[in-house]
Design a protein around this ligand. Structure first.
Ligand SMILES: Cc1cc2nc3c(=O)[nH]c(=O)nc-3n(C[C@H](O)[C@H](O)[C@H](O)COP(=O)(O)OP(=O)(O)OC[C@H]3O[C@@H](n4cnc5c(N)ncnc54)[C@H](O)[C@@H]3O)c2cc1C
Length: 221
């Protein structure tokens, strides 16, 4: 049953990424990595349902979403930019294919980081961050969501790839087969989430690197 929940806070994390803290629906159950159907409780917006991933933990007494906004779409994410504390969201069904299956390589593009944020926070809570690796693709350094958090959590296992900016200590370009090759020897689980073109490219490289498709856990944004 969908529930109406008030927005507790809104904060811009980057120029176009919004962090929303919202009241927690009653009897909400989700696994880290899962998403939920969300709409805005305003006339003309109630039936425009979009999927967003929980970035809070199941044990938190609020829910958090981190949402990349697309003003040019004139859709739901643009409308979120005009909301204030006390406005309401309608939170519906929980779903999603990504969940933690063991130590591996997380590969995210832009807002595709959200299921991995949830999973990594959950591992941190359990002191099980282990040797997980995060490859995070963005256009520029300014687009990297929560860079200090991931750096602190994963240290040298946090690798940034920037397509539109050249910087020391950051890989440049799109994620390619050579970049992935060095992680295939000791890891056989790959978690993949991002825009469809990036997903297709990365999955193609992983298959060429003889990764079993069953060990590629993915969701397209
Ligand atoms: C399981 C799942 C979980 C997700 N979790 C998250 C998350 O945690 N955070 C997050 O940021 N995103 C997440 N997403 C993606 C998110 O759902 C979409 O970004 C969101 O639906 C975009 O909504 P929108 O209404 O702004 O735009 P859209 O629904 O993409 O588009 C609205 C309208 O804009 C027009 N339009 C579309 N593309 C363009 C374009 N390129 N130029 C101009 N007009 C265009 C079309 O007419 C369209 O009807 C998730 C997606 C899935 C499937």
């Amino acid at each position: 049953m969908a529930q109406i929940c008030k927005i507790i806070s809104l904060e811009l994390l980057t120029q176009d990424v919004l962090k929303l803290i919202v009241e927690k629906p009653e009897n909400l159950h989700f696994n880290p990595g899962q998403a939920v159907d969300v709409s805005i409780n305003k006339p003309n917006w109630k039936d425009k349902i979009r999927a967003f991933t929980f970035t809070s933990l199941p044990t938190d007494n609020f829910v958090e979403f981190i949402i990349k906004t697309y003003p040019q779409h004139n859709g739901v994410t643009n409308e979120l930019l005009f909301l204030s504390v006390g406005d309401e969201l309608i939170i519906g069904d929980v779903f999603g294919d990504i969940s933690y299956k063991g130590n591996g390589v997380f590969i995210a593009g832009g807002a595709g980081i959200t299921p991995f944020l949830s999973i990594l926070k959950h591992l941190q809570q359990q002191n099980k961050i282990a040797n997980n690796i995060l490859l995070f693709a963005n256009k520029t350094k300014a687009d990297i969501i929560l860079e200090p958090f991931f750096k602190n959590l994963l240290k040298e296992n946090f690798v940034n790839i920037l397509s539109d900016e050249k910087l020391d200590n950051y890989e440049h370009g799109f994620i390619n087969k050579t970049m992935l090759e060095k992680y295939t020897a000791s890891n056989n689980i790959f978690y993949l989430c991002g825009p469809p073109p990036m997903m297709q490219a990365v999955e193609g490289f992983l298959i060429k690197l003889n990764i079993n498709p069953e060990n590629i856990i993915k969701e397209s944004f």
